[in-house]
Each structure stands twice: as C-alpha cells, then as structure tokens.
Design a protein around this ligand. Sequence first.
Ligand code: SF4
Ligand code: SF4
Ligand code: SF4
Length: 225
Amino acid sequence: CKMKVPRQADLACGNWGVIGPRAGKATFVEVCSEKGAHLLDSAVKKGILATEAANPKGLEIRGKVEGAMLKLGEKWRKKDFEGLGDGKDRLKKIMAETSRCIKCYSCISACPICYCVDCTTKNPTYVKPGEVPPNFMFHLIRFAHIADSCVNCGQCQELCPAEIPNALFMHAQQVELEKMFGHVPGVNMELPLMAFVEEREERARLGNTGSDMIYENVFSPVPKK
Ligand code: SF4
Ligand code: SF4
Ligand code: SF4
C-alpha cells in the first residue's frame, strides 16, 4: 500500500504525530477540504470534540513516519509483485492459488466496489451453481469488473477463509491498468474507463427494471409462442 495519509478525503485521521501527554489519547486530524473544515468546526461548536494546533515536533515526527512507511510500502510492493511473476507465470500462479476457493462470497460482500444487485458470479451461465472450487471464471469476473477501481483496501484478502491473496492479485492488475489509463482509484473522482462506459446505463436499468444484469435477455431461453 502506498496510500498512507488519504489527503484526497475531507479529513485524514490517525495517530502519527500525537506525542507527549496526548499520545494514545488524541487523534491527529489533517483537514483536507472546506467540507472537512466545516465538519470539524461544527463538531467543536457542538462540544462533541475539542481541537488544538498540532505540536511542531509532532508534525515533524509525523512526516518522518509517513516517509518511512512509504519506503516500507515500496519495498513490500516490489517483493510481492516480483513474487507474482509476469504474463503466463502470473496467470498460472493466480489460477493455482484461487483453486483453493470455497466460494463463500466473502471477497464480494466485503469489497466496496462490489455493490451490484445481480452479481454476475451468481449467474449460472458463467459459474456453475454448487461447484466448489468454482471455475476460474468466478475470479475472472471479479478481475474484469474490479481491477480498474480496486482501492487496495485488503478486505477481500483479510476475510478469505482459504487465505488466497485476493487483494494482491487485484491490486497488481490495477497498477497495470493505472499505467495504461492513468486512473487512480479512490483519488481521481472521475469514473474509471469501464464505469464511464456502462455505469450510468446500468443505474438506469436498475431504476427501471430492478435488475442491473446486462445480459439476462441475451441468455434467457427464447419465450415459447
Ligand atoms: S482490495 Fe480491492 S478488490 Fe479487494 S476488497 Fe478492497 S477494493 Fe475490493
Ligand atoms: S462488480 Fe462484478 S463481482 Fe462485484 S458484485 Fe458486481 S457483478 Fe459481482
Ligand atoms: S473469500 Fe476466498 S474462498 Fe471466499 S469466495 Fe472469495 S476467494 Fe473464494
């Protein structure tokens, strides 16, 4: 992970830089937008919290910790990505690891990007019901749908009972797509390429029909006359 302080958010909170008697008792808050400033001011006015200026020494320490953690993130990224190999080797590794999948759906339920009403992984046309481990298509669907938007939150890996490094696989693909299209998920507020093409249409379909499944009419049996 190379996102240590999320300054694209309205407020970035954490404990780096909280020193002296405040250590462990206060939160360091970076105010990153007008909206964040308004929220904080309102909370102070209502007596919900109290603020004070950051300790200059604490600020310096915070910067140093952030720098050290970024270097550590870089080091781990190199190690983890190199371990994945390239091209066909990477694909083979992903296929071998995902063959432990028990299709519990935790990765989908936990993913902030997976919010579809009709999840394609539950469409019997693509993934045979009751088959464990599922066909690789189960994972390919998620890679195809999520890789451009993955924010590397790690939840799909953290919660996987089969200990499959799902976040690593997805993030490695996201980094490649970012190189190609320049979209940084969670930072750039415009839609990524795929969502830009289809998301509005899907939302309209959901509003009109209660389903966001694009292909249901294509694969449904032809109605008998
Ligand atoms: S790491 Fe990416 S794919 Fe996994 S849950 Fe988070 S956003 Fe979703
Ligand atoms: S993005 Fe794909 S995998 Fe995720 S919930 Fe939607 S259809 Fe399912
Ligand atoms: S969390 Fe792991 S075991 Fe469960 S469906 Fe996802 S990859 Fe498979």
